[in-house]
Design a protein around this ligand. Structure first.
Ligand SMILES: Cc1cc2nc3c(=O)[nH]c(=O)nc-3n(C[C@H](O)[C@H](O)[C@H](O)COP(=O)(O)OP(=O)(O)OC[C@H]3O[C@@H](n4cnc5c(N)ncnc54)[C@H](O)[C@@H]3O)c2cc1C
Length: 257
């Protein structure tokens, strides 16, 4: 039986929890030892179960300057880890690998380009991290459009924060889009899956083959669909970066693709 924490894992404590829907929640995790990372990276979170660590990667929502780490998590019914994570409340402990990983936003943002961030639900996490960092000192010419897709409006856990940023920063635009609008009759925003409305918003925002760069994060179907749309728009593959949350073609038990 391993003795934890050890040289690979440290203990984190959940200091806050926010539930957005029965399956979607965020946690803020305090660590006793420093955890250094760049926006766009992920932490590996786990729990010890029957003498073994069950762990999965989770993109970090918080900016590196924040005192705690924040995560935005979707519970996958029948999944190995998320039903256990979902039971953890404020004050409880979680394991995390000592080192962050991931190269998603490693290039940094080029202020001369127009950036298109595309996320499905929890895929907003790495974008929230870099936007929180930029908020303090937004580069004058930097332009970012964040397009976020979800089935229902209540899945936009960071909508208020993004709408506030949009009011503060002329170079930032946020477009949430819902694919099942009939479940929210008062929804007045964009309708359709992110990859279906991507071309329209990329054109309106001025994401051109010469000046545009695209970042896709989350659902594998959105990523392959989004990449195809942007290729047809003339963008080179090197200008389309991605962070895919699970393998293509795999869906949890009973979930609609
Ligand atoms: C780099 C990276 C960053 C990630 N960041 C996040 C994050 O910020 N928030 C988050 O909630 N998840 C994130 N994930 C997904 C996460 O690592 C787990 O795969 C997810 O939480 C399911 O874990 P599980 O053990 O409960 O399910 P598993 O038993 O591992 O998987 C069950 C099934 O669900 C599929 N699946 C996994 N995630 C989803 C999903 N969101 N929607 C539909 N099907 C899914 C799997 O392919 C599998 O078929 C990230 C994955 C990667 C690779």
């Amino acid at each position: 039986m391993p003795t934890l924490p050890d040289e690979r894992y440290q203990l984190g404590r959940i200091v806050a929890r926010t539930d957005f829907t029965p399956e979607l929640w965020s946690i803020r995790v305090g660590t006793a030892e420093p955890f250094e990372f760049r926006p766009g990276q992920y932490a590996t979170l786990g729990i010890e179960l029957q003498g073994r660590v069950l762990e999965r990667p989770y993109s970090i929502v918080s900016a590196p300057e924040e005192p705690e780490l924040e995560f935005f998590i979707e519970m996958i019914p029948g999944g190995a880890l998320t039903p256990h994570l979902h039971r953890l409340s404020k004050g409880q402990e979680i394991l995390l690998r000592r080192r962050p990983k991931g190269l998603f936003l490693r290039q940094g943002l080029d202020a001369e380009r127009a950036h298109l961030f595309v996320a499905t639900v929890t895929g907003i996490a790495p974008f929230a991290s870099i936007l929180r960092r930029l908020r303090a000192a937004w580069p004058t010419h930097l332009r970012i459009l964040l397009l976020q897709g979800a089935s229902h409006p209540d899945e936009f856990g960071y909508r208020e924060e993004m709408e506030q940023l949009e009011l503060e920063v002329p170079g930032f635009q946020y477009v949430p889009t819902v694919s099942r609008p009939w479940t929210a009759v008062d929804w007045r925003g964009e309708v359709g899956r992110a990859e279906d409305v991507l071309r329209k918003h990329a054109d309106l925002f001025g994401i051109t083959p010469e000046e545009g760069r695209v970042y896709l994060c989350g659902h594998p179907g959105m990523i392959s669909g989004g990449r195809a749309v942007m290729r047809r728009r003339g963008l080179q593959d090197r200008e389309i970066l991605e962070e895919q949350y699970w393998p293509d073609g795999k869906e949890p038990n009973g979930a609609a693709p």
